[in-house]
Design a protein around this ligand. Sequence first.
Ligand code: 5GP
Length: 172
Amino acid sequence: MDHLKKYITEINDYPKKGIVFKDLNPIYKEPKIWKELMFPLQNLISTKKPDYIAGIESRGFISASALAFKLEIGLITIRKPNKLPGEVIGTNYKLEYGEDRLEIQQNIMEKDSKIMLFDDLLATGGTAGAAGNLIKKAGGNLIGYAFLVELTELKGRENLDSNLFVETLIKY
Ligand code: 5GP
């Protein structure tokens, strides 16, 4: 998958000074390239037979919704604070650049539903780790994590449940 790195642009000092941000938008703009990434991910995820894909706001929503549609399973949204209507469960967590909070609707899934968590990119793992804990708190059965990109030197996997499936397609 390394040949697809040319479709990932590096932006210096975004969103803060000192951060080199990987912009995946050029991938989504090219249907053939996006498809090349999504097909293997779709196949890998389908072998785990999840009931739902949970996408993390907001870049995670892009491919999570496409995967859910292709796999013909439901999509659950994990969102930033005050975006979801009704009763929510939340968790605070540390980010590569700051602190944030994620929320999920309290009764969005049936208890013990099998959930595959998806985000565009794994950096420190703070976001995905928090989202995974949130799914468990909401009564879901977290079965794994999938990402398009992993920044391996940030050791994000150490913040994930090590007993679970973790798939990342493009590694830096
Ligand atoms: P982490 O919590 O693993 O440190 O950061 C991952 C989260 O921040 C993901 O939700 C991801 O969308 C966003 N993120 C952090 N760094 C980058 C980056 O370089 N590129 C992109 N596309 N997203 C990033």
